[in-house]
Design a protein around this ligand. Structure first.
Ligand SMILES: [Zn+2]
Length: 272
């Protein structure tokens, strides 16, 4: 599953290509989207903006119409110049939004739905999402205050619950807990306000650093010397048994939560 920042980049790229442009043509292989397009044509509408919340990508059109997609494992959005050959076959196309300059194509997205603002707010599987770590209005204190609503959860599970705080995936979970010196297996109810705020501040900082103009496709949280291979760009993630970059204690790892997503931590820097 893509990390929140990957989706954020996809949304930003789509936003830059499409926002402020008029839809010249809309194509879809999905009957339920085609029906809506018949009733309320996309062509002629303005693309107002594109954003990502958690794992969901939303394209807002004028006239209160929103295209909601979820990438899951195989879905992707591509941007092409009009007439440029697509990298994937047409049989993988689920929907394509044409403007004068670009065509945005969704390939193999498992979920694609039209919504109004009101129906999106009632959507059952898009939960009431928490503040987006990468959102312009992200407020660390507000985000930190939402997390204790689930005091029973381990913090490494809570930070990936998108209705508490949106955008963080498995890599940032471990990296953010390490940065804040919080053991991912501690219960939310045992954390102080300062620790929760530190977690949110580090989440914002680390994730923002991964969406700059120059950042590559991989996630980089550790930029110090003595980096190993290309995959070794993190403080703790995927570093089981390797020395902590702060204290040299071997990094530990264990599966966590119902989804058994592996967490990494330093037992000395992040005591229980
Ligand atoms: Zn350490």
């Amino acid at each position: 599953m893509p990390e929140g920042d990957t989706l954020f980049r996809a949304a930003r790229t789509l936003d830059r290509a499409l926002a402020g442009k008029v839809v010249t043509r809309f194509e879809t292989a999905l009957a339920h989207l085609a029906r809506t397009d018949d009733d309320m044509p996309l062509a002629g509408r303005l693309v107002e903006r594109v954003d990502a919340v958690g794992k969901w990508l939303r394209i807002y059109f004028s006239g209160d119409l929103i295209l909601l997609t979820h990438m899951r494992m195989n879905g992707s959005w591509h941007i092409y110049r009009e007439g440029e050959p697509w990298q994937r076959g047409r049989s993988h196309m689920r929907t394509a939004i044409h403007t004068a300059d670009f065509v945005a194509v969704a390939f193999d997205v498992p979920i694609a739905e039209f919504h109004t603002a009101a129906s999106l707010a009632r959507h059952r599987t898009v939960p009431q999402l928490g503040p987006n770590v990468l959102g312009a209005q992200f407020d660390e204190a507000e985000a930190a205050a939402r997390i204790p609503s689930r005091p029973d959860l381990e913090i490494g599970v809570a930070v990936m619950r998108q209705h508490l705080v949106a955008g963080m995936g498995n890599i940032f979970k471990s990296e953010v807990c390490f940065a804040a010196r919080v053991n991912p297996f501690r219960k939310v109810g045992d954390l102080t306000d300062e620790e929760l705020r530190a977690l949110m501040a580090h989440a914002r900082r680390l994730m923002s650093a991964n969406i700059t103009e120059t950042s590559g496709p991989g996630i980089v949280t550790y930029r110090g010397l003595n980096r190993g291979g290309a995959a070794d760009n993190c403080w703790v993630y995927h570093r089981r048994g390797e020395p902590c970059r702060r204290c040299r204690t071997p990094i530990e790892s264990r599966k966590q939560g119902e989804e058994a997503r592996t967490s990494y931590w330093c037992p000395r820097c992040q005591p229980v």
